[in-house]
Design a protein around this ligand. Structure first.
Ligand code: C2E
Ligand code: MG
Ligand code: MG
Length: 609
């Protein structure tokens, strides 16, 4: 064997070096790949950890919880911060199906529908049910879920979320409750009563049964409210509500319609006697003394009843009939009960209906005043204004005073209404002055009943103080007939008013058959010649003579004479010739709403200048 040559050694070395280099390169390549694979794995792991953390935070922070079930629908996983809040106990729930957890409450239909969804491996959304927590509190729970399928599409179970919606449900219930209950007494309100009544009517119709509606109104509740204050009034109403409820059976309904009006529905009544008995019990319950502000009080109630089907077959008729019957009970001296009677003739019916709505017109602000100017016959200047009452009835439209003043008189309602008129007129006049209109005297009509009130003077004085109006800008119009009814008392009253600086007018003069000379006795400033005399001027000789005499007599007493109801130029001419001072009538202007009146004055004022 030849010894290796230097050459061959060199070659071998070169070969080996090259092989080693290759191996090294390969190693380097491999380790790079390994490194990269490792890095990728690390990234994946980190990403997975991140995603798990995200999920954990999500379920813990959100108001939802997360659940999983296996293919037998047993809970395998429950997580989330709000789980316990929702009344879920994970310990006792894991391993069970939803229907094996005893504190889940669902109706039979709900279960059936839910199970059908599960069998069909369908997703479900917003399934809502009650869940009773271990401590007995009831929770409302809303869950959604979707099926888990493996790569081959095989059903593996369900996963989903749940949420405690107890608060939302309670809030919703509260809103619902408030819409249907009176917040003061917690009794059903008008809206709810209306629904219950309609429901009861259809039931009674189906089963051919009778039932009764009782309208209850406290007598003189306003007095209590005014003298003791609203809080005491509220307490009284609450107590009345409680007493009514205790007096009635569970199956009867009592509601508060508003103010001091309550209504009761008696279903399944045998005969009328039974209704009477219940009404008697209610009256007795109301009349028991109340303790308010450390004092003892008594109130009474008036009750009217209507019977289905005799007195009405729909809600409206039954309510109206009961209302009218209640009003009759009031008429007959209060603290009484009356059945509605169909025997009432149409006149009474309409009158009573008008009466009962008149009683509420004030608080419902259905009244307004219109204003008719008075004009100087010679200069044409506007000398004053008369306030005339208008009633904007919700169903009947504008009702003229002639149609309701007498009812208001008989019922005494004219007293509060009259006060409102004086106050509104004073306020309006003051307001016009503040708007820059010229100073003007405003005339207000005072009725017989008002005039007989001992408190009239004091009431007027208080109103003047309250509104800050000058007494000599207020003129009270009293009709001649009222003054003549009790002249002595009238003189005394008129003097008292006069002493306060208030102006006075005798309205509708000529109709009261007082002798012209009796005018002297009354301390008035103005005489208003009744429209019926002016109407037939200048045709009727007698009216002409009388008007002339009234004017002449007034002049000797230095009274201002106003002619009412002037509609024509001829009438105006006649009056001017006979030195009448002022006139009022359609010839110049009808009674106008406040804003229109203000415009009229402004225009007249501008023309004069
Ligand atoms: P009154 O005090 O004699 O008022 C004049 C009535 O004559 C008003 O009727 C007025 O609109 C009407 N009138 C005015 N000019 C003419 C005209 O040229 N032709 C015709 N045909 N009528 C004219 P209104 O407003 O219907 O009032 C009727 C009565 O009701 C009043 O008679 C007054 O006695 C009474 N009244 C009105 N408002 C009140 C009030 O606030 N309180 C009281 N107690 N009674 C009032
Ligand atoms: Mg008048
Ligand atoms: Mg008059």
């Amino acid at each position: 064997v030849n010894p290796p040559t230097a050459e061959s050694l060199q070659r071998r070395l070169e070969r080996e070096t090259s092989a080693r280099r290759q191996a090294e390169a390969l190693l380097e390549q491999k380790s790079l790949e390994l490194f990269q694979a490792n890095e990728a794995l690390k990234g994946e792991l980190a990403e997975r950890q991140r995603s798990e953390a995200r999920f954990r935070d999500l379920t813990e922070l959100s108001s939802d919880w997360y659940w999983e079930q296996d293919e037998n629908l047993r809970f395998t996983h429950l997580s989330g911060g709000s789980l316990e809040k929702g009344g879920f106990n994970p310990q006792t729930s894991l391993g069970k199906t939803r229907w094996e957890i005893p504190n889940i409450v669902m109706s039979e239909e709900q279960w059936t529908a839910h199970k059908a969804t599960l069998v069909a491996h369908q997703p479900f959304y917003d399934l809502t049910y009650q869940q009773v927590a271990d401590d007995g509190t009831v929770h409302y729970v809303r869950v959604s879920g979707r099926p888990i399928l493996d790569e081959q599409g095989r059903f593996m179970g369900y996963r989903g979320t749940g949420k405690d919606i107890t608060e939302a449900v309670h809030a919703q219930n509260r809103i619902q409750y408030l819409a249907y209950h009176d917040s003061l007494t917690e009794l059903p309100n008008r809206a709810m009563f209306s629904e219950l009544l309609n429901h009861a009517i259809s039931k009674a119709r189906r089963h051919n049964r009778r039932m009764a509606v009782l309208f209850i109104d406290l007598d003189r509740f306003k007095n209590i409210n005014d003298t003791l204050g609203h809080e005491a009034g509220d307490t009284l109403l609450q107590e009345v509500g409680r007493r009514l409820k205790h007096t009635l059976r569970q199956s009867d309904t009592v509601a508060r319609l508003g103010g001091d009006e309550f209504v009761v529905l008696l279903e399944e009544i045998g005969d009328a006697r039974q209704v009477e008995k219940v009404a008697g019990k209610i009256l007795a319950a109301v009349v028991r003394p109340f303790h308010l502000l450390g004092q003892e009080f008594r109130v009474t109630a008036s009750i009217g009843a209507s019977i289905y089907p005799e007195d009405g077959q729909d809600e409206q008729t039954l309510m109206k009939s009961a209302d009218i019957a209640m009003y009759q009970a009031k008429e007959e001296g209060r603290n009484a009960f009356r059945f509605y009677s169909a025997k009432m003739d149409i006149h009474t019916f309409e009158r009573l209906a008008l009466e009962s709505s008149l009683r509420r017109a004030l608080e419902r602000t259905e009244f307004e005043l219109h204003y008719q100017p008075k004009r100087d016959l010679h200069s044409g200047a506007i000398t004053g204004v008369e306030a005339l009452l208008r009633w904007r009835h919700p169903d009947l439209g504008m009702v003229a005073p002639a149609q309701f003043i007498s009812i208001a008189e008989e019922t005494g309602l004219i007293v509060p209404i009259g006060k409102w008129v004086i106050k509104t007129a004073c306020w309006q006049n003051k307001h016009w002055q503040e708007q820059g209109l010229p100073r003007m005297c405003i005339a207000v009509n005072v009725s017989a009943r008002q005039f007989s009130e001992e408190t009239l003077v004091q009431d007027v004085v208080s109103i003047l103080e309250e509104t800050g109006m000058d007494p000599d800008l207020l003129e009270l119009e009293i009709t001649e007939s009222v003054v003549m009814r009790d002249p002595e008392r009238a003189v005394k009253m008129l003097k008292e008013l006069k002493e306060r600086g208030i102006r006075l007018a005798l309205d509708d003069f000529g109709t009261g058959y007082s002798s012209l000379s009796s005018l002297k006795r009354f301390p008035v400033d103005t005489i208003k010649v009744d429209r019926t005399f002016i109407r037939d001027i200048p045709g009727d000789a007698e009216d002409r003579a009388l008007t002339q005499a009234i004017i002449a007599m007034s002049k000797t007493l230095s009274l201002t004479v106003v002619a009412e109801g002037v509609e024509t130029k001829e009438q105006l001419e006649f009056l001017r010739q006979h030195a009448c001072d002022e006139f009022q009538g359609y010839y110049f202007s009808k009674p106008l709403p406040a804003e229109e009146f203000a415009r009229l004055i402004q225009t007249a004022h501008a023309e004069k200048r």
